[in-house]
Ligand binder design. Structure first.
Ligand SMILES: [Zn+2]
Length: 364
C-alpha cells in the first residue's frame, strides 16, 4: 500500500520531524520511505503522525466511572478526532482490554488518581488516609500503570468552611518521597494543579508533568522550563472556571474568588504559558466536563494564545510522542497516521476533518 503527499517525517528516530514531500510504502503494519512510483496511492494528502492526548480519561464519563461499552465509544471518538496515542490521566476502572485492541488509540495507563479523603471528585481516586503512606500508594499505582502515576496536587479543602480555598494536599517532604518512590518504580509523575500555591512544592519535589498549570506565574514557568518539567495546559477546562466559581457561590467565597480570578485572567495567562517556552503536552481532560475527541478545540485556544500552527502540530504529534517514548513516523515505525486533504499548517480547523485515520497500516 502506498501513501503520497506531504508527510511529517523523521529521517531517523532521534532527528526532528520535517514536512517531506514523497511516497511511502506500508507493509507489515509499518511505514517505509520509497522512490517515486507510478502506482495509485491508497492515501494522499497531508499526513501527520497521530496526535496525542495526555490528559484523557477513557474510563470516566460525565457521571463518573464507565463500563467497557462506554469506554469503547470514548476511545473511538478520540481516535476519530485524529488522536492515536492517549496517556491516561487517572482511571477508576481497568483499561487493560483497550491495550489489546489494534483498532483503538495506543494507550499509556497511569493507574488511579491518588488523593486524600474528600479532596477530589468522589468515586474516582484512591484515598490516602495517612499522608505518610503516599510513597507506598504511589509505588502500588506505578505497578498497575505503564510508567505514569497521577497525583491530585490541590483541591478545595471544604473542612475550612467559609475560608475554604484551593489548597495543596501534600506536605512538601511527603511529595519529595513520593516522587522518589515513583521514579524508583520506573514511573513518571503527573500532578493535577489548578492553584498558584501548590506549584513551588511540585517544582521542588521534581514532578515530571504539571496538569492544568492554571495558577503558574512567569517565574514558575521559567523554572519548569529550566528543569525540564512539562506542562499540560487545559484551556478548555479553564473556560469553565467561572461556572465552578458560581457553583461554590456564597458557601465558599474564597474559593469562588480564586477560581473567578483565574477565569478573568485566562486569556493573558494562556499567552504567558505559550510565551514561556516551557514544553507543552496536549491534553483535553476529556471524561468529566469535556467530551472525548475535543483536542482540536483545545488547540484552537493554543492558537489564540499566540502559538504558530506549525509549532502546534509539531508539539502535539512527534514532540509529545518523543516525550512519552512513543514512535512517530520514521523508517520502519508503526504505520499510525492521519491524512488530511488540506494543509493543517494553514488552517488549524483542518485537523478536525481527517480524510483517513490509519492504525498499523489499516484504515479504521
Ligand atoms: Zn483530569
Amino acid at each position: 500500500m502506498l501513501v503520497r503527499g506531504d508527510l511529517l517525517w523523521r529521517n531517523a528516530p532521534d532527528q526532528p520531524a520535517r514536512w517531506t514531500k514523497g511516497e511511502w510504502l506500508i507493509g507489515g503494519e509499518k511505514i517505509y520511505a520509497t522512490e517515486e512510483t507510478s502506482c495509485a496511492p491508497q492515501w494522499e494528502g497531508f499526513i501527520i503522525p497521530g496526535m496525542v492526548d495526555v490528559h484523557c480519561h477513557l474510563a470516566i464519563g460525565p457521571e463518573g466511572p464507565v463500563d467497557e461499552d462506554e469506554q469503547l465509544g470514548f476511545a473511538q471518538a478520540t481516535r476519530d478526532s485524529g488522536v492515536l496515542l492517549v496517556r491516561d490521566c487517572g482511571a477508576p476502572r481497568s483499561q487493560e482490554w483497550i491495550t489489546r485492541r489494534s483498532d483503538l488509540p495506543r494507550l499509556i495507563r497511569c493507574g488511579q488518581h491518588i488523593a486524600r479523603p474528600k479532596r477530589y471528585i468522589r468515586g474516582l481516586p484512591v484515598d490516602v488516609e495517612d499522608v505518610a503512606s503516599l510513597p507506598e500508594v504511589v509505588a502500588e499505582q506505578a505497578a498497575v500503570g505503564d510508567g505514569w502515576v497521577k497525583l491530585v496536587g490541590d483541591w478545595i479543602d471544604r473542612s475550612k468552611g467559609a475560608d475554604a480555598d484551593l489548597d495543596p494536599l501534600w506536605p512538601l517532604e511527603v511529595l519529595v518521597d513520593a516522587v522518589a518512590a515513583a521514579h524508583e518504580a520506573g514511573a513518571l509523575v503527573a500532578v493535577h494543579a489548578f492553584s498558584h500555591k501548590v506549584i513551588d512544592d511540585l517544582l521542588e519535589a521534581g514532578v515530571d508533568d504539571i496538569e492544568h498549570g492554571s495558577g503558574m506565574d512567569a517565574d514558575q514557568l521559567a523554572q519548569a522550563r529550566a528543569q525540564g518539567t512539562v506542562v499540560t495546559p487545559t484551556f478548555l477546562q479553564v473556560e469553565l472556571f467561572h461556572e465552578f466559581a458560581a457553583q461554590a457561590g456564597a458557601k465558599y467565597p474564597v474559593y469562588a474568588a480564586t477560581m473567578q480570578s483565574m477565569y478573568d485572567k485566562r486569556r493573558e495567562h494562556a499567552e504567558l504559558i505559550i510565551d514561556s517556552g516551557v514544553q507543552l503536552l496536549p491534553g483535553t481532560d476529556a471524561g468529566g466536563y469535556q467530551e472525548h475527541g475535543c483536542l482540536v478545540a483545545e488547540l484552537e485556544l493554543w492558537e489564540r494564545a499566540g502559538m504558530s500552527l506549525p509549532d502546534i502540530i509539531d508539539t502535539v504529534t512527534w514532540k509529545a510522542r518523543a516525550f512519552l517514548g512513543a514512535p512517530s513516523l520514521y523508517e520502519g515505525a508503526p504505520a499510525d497516521f492521519v491524512v488530511y486533504e488540506e494543509d493543517p499548517r494553514k488552517d488549524l480547523s483542518v485537523l478536525a476533518r481527517p480524510s483517513a485515520v490509519v492504525l498499523g497500516g489499516v484504515a479504521v
